[in-house]
Design a protein around this ligand. Structure first.
Ligand code: SME
Length: 158
């Protein structure tokens, strides 16, 4: 239903279309990836009001917590573990409409109901993931996937 996609009078697509040029301006010319991840997490949190949005970065064969917005989260995730570890292992975006239905989901917050994890891929290797969690079921879809994947491309252009 179209109504379901309206957030504060704008469609999800409109929100991303507004955010994209702002984000490109914010990240342009800055080569420090942690700084860029921090601003991207803040901009996404402000625009969409998700429960949690942030990054995990691959370090020594583990995902380690990076810049994020939201409640405190687990700091390390192994390959294949949870939604983040599965997206890393498969090197593909995972959309989870109901986290309770995802075997091995890692519940950093009991309020999280749905989730999207998008891998950051450089030279064919996953170097980190972007994770977003919502208190609503089925909050994420292919629109989020498309725009978030595009955003992560901007992240690496420093
Ligand atoms: N739910 C994630 C863990 C990270 S937190 O949600 C911030 C997972 O299952 O990988």
């Amino acid at each position: 239903m179209a109504e379901d996609l309206l957030i504060g009078g704008e469609t999800k697509e409109e929100r991303y279309n507004n955010l994209m040029p702002q984000l490109k301006g914010l990240l342009e010319g800055e080569t420090d990836e942690v700084a860029n991840m921090a601003n991207m997490a803040a901009a996404l949190k402000e625009q969409f009001g998700w429960l949690w949005v942030g990054f995990y970065i691959v370090k020594n064969e583990e995902l380690v917590l990076g810049p994020f917005q939201g409640p405190v989260a687990c700091t390390r995730i192994r390959k294949g573990r949870g939604v983040c570890g599965a997206a890393w292992e498969k090197a593909q975006t995972l959309i989870v409409p109901d986290v309770e239905q995802f075997p091995g989901h890692i519940a950093c917050s009991s309020l999280s109901r749905s989730e999207i994890v998008v891998p950051i891929i450089r030279n064919g290797e996953v170097v980190g993931v972007l994770d977003a969690d919502s208190i609503a079921l089925s909050a994420f879809d292919e629109t989020d996937q498309r725009y978030l994947e595009e955003m992560l491309g901007v992240l690496g252009q420093g």
